[in-house]
Design a protein around this ligand. Structure first.
Ligand code: C5P
Length: 290
């Protein structure tokens, strides 16, 4: 049998860092949103013992180094099921190292396939616990939709969906190292924090303007100068009629939030010649994940 599963990208409507933990990780508070930019993950069991990964990007790790393979290994380890050989193929559309949880989403897609085929009785909570052993964003990627994620990302509260809107996501050609960015965060020097509770109230009221004015990511405050394009793109989005713009995750992808499709399409067409990794995206709701 061959199992094909979509792996959707996420955006951070907010990203706040509350403090450093004794285990070296940071306590976070983030409002996450899934969008329809997707990788396609195909899982094919085979008789041998290995878990192999192939993809249309030659530089992605092919074995244990790939988060999709790690996810499968953790699944067998945590369920005590006899490990099965797997070929995992990833058709990559989500920009890599962009702050959009592409790798985590591929891992989550593998976990969903394995649960569906091998342990359909397993609760979502149990699967999310396995996900958190694979990576901080994996539990969210298992769930999708509009979610408040806290702790390392494993404590999740479902939120009402956003009102209809459009995102244009633009990834400049630079790569940000997530651990490096965390290491630049000195809690006392973070000048601003998102008003997460107010953004959640705006979500509850279906108030897109109220959501837009509260988009904020604390990582923008510590970005080294070599990522100046992040701020250039944010400025371009605002000039092009976005209600707001923000970096997602540890970047460097930036998104503009638009109420109307024509303005979003125009922004896409203007930015794409300079930044080929620019995409027009819609919301993806939780229902698509089941
Ligand atoms: O969990 P994940 O492998 O995605 O995390 C990558 C790195 O990001 C960690 O090694 C850590 O340096 C940093 N991180 C953190 N606090 C978090 C999530 C990630 O410090 N909540």
């Amino acid at each position: 049998m061959v199992y094909t599963e979509p792996a959707f990208a996420k955006l951070n409507l907010t990203l706040d860092i509350l403090g450093r933990r004794p285990d070296g990780y940071h306590d976070m508070r983030m409002v996450m949103q899934s969008i329809d930019l997707q990788d396609t993950v195909t899982v094919t069991p085979h008789p041998g013992p290995e878990i192999q990964v192939s993809s249309d990007l030659p530089y992605l790790p092919r074995g244990d180094g790939n988060i999709a393979a790690k996810a499968a290994a953790r699944f067998f380890e945590q369920t005590n099921l006899p490990p099965s050989g797997l070929s995992i193929d990833i058709r990559k559309r989500i920009p890599v190292c962009a702050g959009m949880a592409g790798g985590s989403s591929d891992g989550a897609a593998v976990l969903r396939v394995l649960r569906r085929t091998l342990r359909p009785d397993m609760s979502s909570k149990e699967l999310e616990e396995i996900g958190s052993l694979v990576g901080s964003d994996v539990p969210y990627c298992l769930r999708g939709g509009s979610v408040l994620a806290e702790g390392r990302g494993e404590r999740m509260t479902d939120l009402p969906p956003l009102p209809p809107c459009w995102f244009v996501v633009c990834k400049p050609p630079c790569a940000v190292s997530t651990p490096e960015l965390f290491s630049l965060v000195r809690m006392k020097r973070l000048r601003f924090h998102p008003r997460t509770a107010e953004l959640i109230s705006a979500l509850e009221q279906g108030d897109l303007e109220g959501i837009a004015v509260r988009l904020y990511n604390v990582f923008e405050d510590v970005l080294p100068r070599r990522y100046a394009q992040v701020f250039e793109i944010k400025g371009r989005f605002l000039e092009l009629g976005a209600m707001a713009a923000s970096m997602t995750g540890s970047g460097p992808a930036v998104f503009g939030l638009f109420r109307d499709k024509p303005l979003a399409v125009q922004a896409l067409e203007i930015l794409r010649p300079q930044f080929p990794s620019t995409f027009l995206c819609e919301l993806v709701g939780r229902a698509v994940y089941n």
